[in-house]
Design a protein around this ligand. Structure first.
Ligand code: AMP
Ligand code: MG
Length: 402
């Protein structure tokens, strides 16, 4: 099979994915999720005219010729309305959020008044409606304020609560299981024996999935045995994974058994081998309804592949419309040689230049190197067969996140 271009590989991954069904979740579980329906206000806000200040609720016509002294007939605080009616020559003490009593139509702020027992002297005229928040100035019952397809922000949750919705209907979170494969892998904190290394890449893959809003399942590692890998694939399927991400064992060496194990579980292979560096042996397919991304084991390769394919796949399943991240423009921080037939995703630092961002590849780009990956703030993209380019010429980058 020839190497598949990155864009085509991504289209294949996304074509195999449909948005997950709806579920009702509490507001505290809805951040970053996508609405499956329009949200209609169940009430009007504010439900009645209320005071915007601490002061006195009056009839504006009474205070037009201030100073004037009015008789106090009651008190209104937020949550404590007052039944009486403010008649001519009368006023009520009122606090912010208090419902305007019948008859009153303005609030005189307390700084413009002088209180004396059950009378208050208003020192300056105050116009009708002054310091009053009218009924429904925020929104009215039955108004649609949040539309289907919207990705919920914290501000949206505040608004939904005010609309009196304790729960919202959103797309279910994608379930992502992550599995490492390799006889050499031991968990962090263990004492590696001869030839062993510490399992590392899964931590970035799980973190990436979680920060994209997925529910994750850390399957840990299995040894390079078809039966053990197949058993882990079944665990992922039984858990209900929408996506299984494996790392390691993805190429064609004698110890690269992931594809064989997946085949024994009914893999429908979509592609493997992408025109990508790092990450050429990346594989995609489905086991039943479960999407499988078979990533190479080298930490940088697995990270770049997950960044390019797993993130958009999670977003698509979650109903997001910002599935593909558009590369941003920058300038090269150094001369670059011509590229070959694989797209390069170089780990690079960013600095501010006279014409915007300057991306400079880190000197060491081997796909096993985690220290430069952690140091990088973006991936600098070099298209397949890109000609040599001089420092300062335009380039495109993808910023790395959490
Ligand atoms: P593989 O894709 O299995 O051929 O592995 C390629 C390289 O990545 C080897 O040097 C492995 O030891 C290393 N490697 C594989 N899996 C992991 C992992 N989960 N964490 C860190 N390194 C790994
Ligand atoms: Mg291996």
């Amino acid at each position: 099979m020839p190497l598949m271009p990155v864009a085509e590989a991504l289209q294949r991954v996304l074509a195999a994915a449909s948005t997950l069904p709806a579920e009702l979740v509490t507001l505290n579980d809805a951040l970053g999720r996508v609405l499956t329906d329009d949200v209609i206000a169940l009430r009007t806000q504010p439900p009645a005219a209320v005071s915007a200040m601490d002061g006195y609720a009056v009839r504006a016509s009474d205070v037009g010729n201030a100073p004037v002294t009015l008789k106090l007939i009651g008190e209104v605080a937020a949550g404590h309305p007052f039944d009486g009616e403010v008649g001519p020559g009368q006023a009520a003490r009122i606090f912010t959020g208090g419902v305007m009593p019948a008859g009153s139509d303005a609030v005189v702020i307390q700084e413009l008044t002088a209180r004396d027992g059950d009378t208050v002297t208003i020192q300056k005229p105050t116009a009708k409606g002054r310091n009053v928040r009218g009924q429904g100035i925020d929104f009215a019952k039955d108004q649609v304020l949040l539309r289907k397809g919207r990705r919920l922000t914290g501000r949206d949750l505040m608004l939904a609560a005010a609309m009196n919705h304790p729960r919202l209907s959103v797309h279910r979170r994608p379930k992502v299981a992550v599995l490492g494969t390799g006889d050499e892998l031991v968990p962090p904190g263990a004492t590696p024996g001869p030839g062993e290394i510490v399992y590392s890449n899964g931590f970035a893959l799980l973190a990436m999935a979680r920060s994209e809003g997925a529910e994750v399942n850390d399957l840990g590692t299995v040894r390079d045995r078809v039966e053990m890998i197949a058993a882990a694939v079944r665990r992922a399927r039984d858990w209900g994974a929408d996506i299984l991400v494996t790392s390691g064992g993805a190429s064609v060496g004698e110890h690269d058994l992931v594809q064989r194990a997946l085949a024994s579980e009914g893999l429908e292979l979509s592609f493997w081998r992408v025109a990508l560096r790092p990450g050429r042996p990346m594989m995609h397919g489905k086991v039943g309804a479960m999407q499988v991304l078979g990533l190479p084991g080298n930490p940088v390769s697995s990270y770049v592949c997950a960044f390019l394919f797993l993130v958009p796949l999670i977003r698509r399943l979650a109903g997001r419309d910002d599935v593909e991240r558009a590369p941003e423009p920058a300038r090269l921080g150094c001369n670059m040689p011509a590229n070959d037939e694989r797209a390069d995703y170089l780990r690079a630092t960013l600095s501010a230049g006279p014409d915007g961002l300057v991306a400079t590849p880190l000197p060491a780009q081997d796909s096993s190197l985690m220290a430069p990956l952690a140091e990088a703030s973006c991936l600098l993209i070099r298209e397949p067969n890109a000609p040599a380019a001089k420092a300062g010429s335009p380039c495109v980058i993808l910023k790395l996140g959490l």
